[in-house]
Design a protein around this ligand. Sequence first.
Ligand code: TEU
Length: 556
Amino acid sequence: MKKYWWKEAVIYQIYPRSFMDSDGDGIGDFQGIISKLDYLQTLGIDTIWLSPFYKSPNDDNGYDISDYQSIMEEFGTLADFKELLKEAHNRKMKLIIDLVVNHTSDEHPWFLESKKSKDNPYRDYYIWKDPKNGAKPNNWTSYFWGSAWEYDDLTEQYYLHLFTKKQPDLNWENETVRKEVYDIMRWWLDLGTDGFRIDVANMYSKVPGLPDGELGNYMTGKEHFQNGPRIHEFYREMHKEVLSHYPDVMTVGETADVPIEEAKKYTSEDRQELNMVFQFEHVTLDETDGDRWNIAKMYLPELKKILTKWQVELGKCGWNSLYWANHDQPRSVSRYGDDGQYRKESAKMLYTMLLTMQGTPYIYQGEEIGMTNMKFDHITEYPDVEIQNLWKQRVIKEKKDPHKVFAAIQYRARDNARTPMQWDESPNAGFSSGIPWIKVNPNYKEINVAESLRDPNSIFHYIQKLIKLRKENEVAIYGDFKEYYNENESLYVYLRSYEGKQMFVILNFTGESVKFFMPEEVVFVNAEPYIYNYQDYTDLGNMTVRPYEAAVYLLE
Ligand code: TEU
């Protein structure tokens, strides 16, 4: 197995809008981020991923870009970005940025040109189609509700948008579009950025003819645009044209619904496509039939089966990315742990797992202090376009039970994890001296960075220790993965092995105490775990694992 810096990195995701506001406009910015780099360094972070910071009308918080080479005014200037990059590099931290090229904003000059006329040179930058029998070209739906097609009166054609109608899909079949993308990539790499998180990375290649999708899926048409016919060809081309010329940069593709066989293709080193992908199986387990808003209960053996499968199968040829949360997912402690009585224990347990698996761990801002889901009181308090559209569709149009829909929103909304970073006990959690763009979670007086830094037993200090363990023990990064007791409904137990060293991990995913017998083949030299999340550790001789208890043993 080849070693690379990005395999050994611990990546911290910053959602700039909500991280730190330096100028009091209620919106986070680059200077705010710069002021917190030392904090991230204290945690042990060596790589930062910045969510989009480009010029944007913000229909989807910056994932709708109107100029790939300008900075969103609220965040600062290009000079601020360069300063951030320099300050990060001074601290030996790498900085990767979001590449959003499945679509642009409808206010991007390419689209403004494209919609002018059918023979405009930019027409073919996007996907325009004639009406079919007086109606939409096909039955595909958008991720953000309703049809994926928008009619344009001027030229009497429809354009495709897999996300909002302000996010028209680029036409990757057009070679000029791909060249434009590669130019943008080179431009940012030449500035010194260290790589890309690639948005919607597996949806550029649409099946020719854009056939109707199978009915009955939550997303109609997805079999015709996810991991489509030319997608691997596009990545090999991107690699040849761009990435191969910058051998030290990293890439991670966001790939919803990616089957493991496809993930192997994207990430196998010999194929020269991407370094990693984000798989979605563990974050869709609590859906019913693919419907994100019909919440299902998670069953631990199922979750373990998924996680173990990716550990055992992908590591052989590609590389895993490990995550519990990001700007599209609820807070991990509220979802997989317990954000009440066992908040600290369960958050520590979850991150014990994340930092002791094979792959590159990603920590989303605020997770390191155990931030919880936000309980907004009213639908109008959710800024996310996805939620506003969902409400219009399910409650207003379809007349579904508003209480049920609201309960699902409280559980799953992306805004749960987009509330401002909780820095201290001062007003607005120290995030801004102005009025924050989104409500601050009222629990900031108990859950904040200042408190976490004061408390030697905080989640922050525990994760700091885990990161150190990872940096000092290659077994945590490169080791093989073997699971025990896969049927157990409470515990996740595994052994990592690498060059004669072993690491044994026990995690209780429940709020109950559970009896545990050591697997016979695991031989301990030291009864004290290297890391454990209670004040004392459990004796191995007669072991009862306490609620959300976690322990990591290093065996020689
Ligand atoms: O997400 C794309 C994606 O497939 C999903 O995670 C999607 O956002 C989610 O299912 C909807 O709740 C990426 C970005 O991460 C997301 O923030 C953007 O909204 C989206 O692309 C469009 O650019």
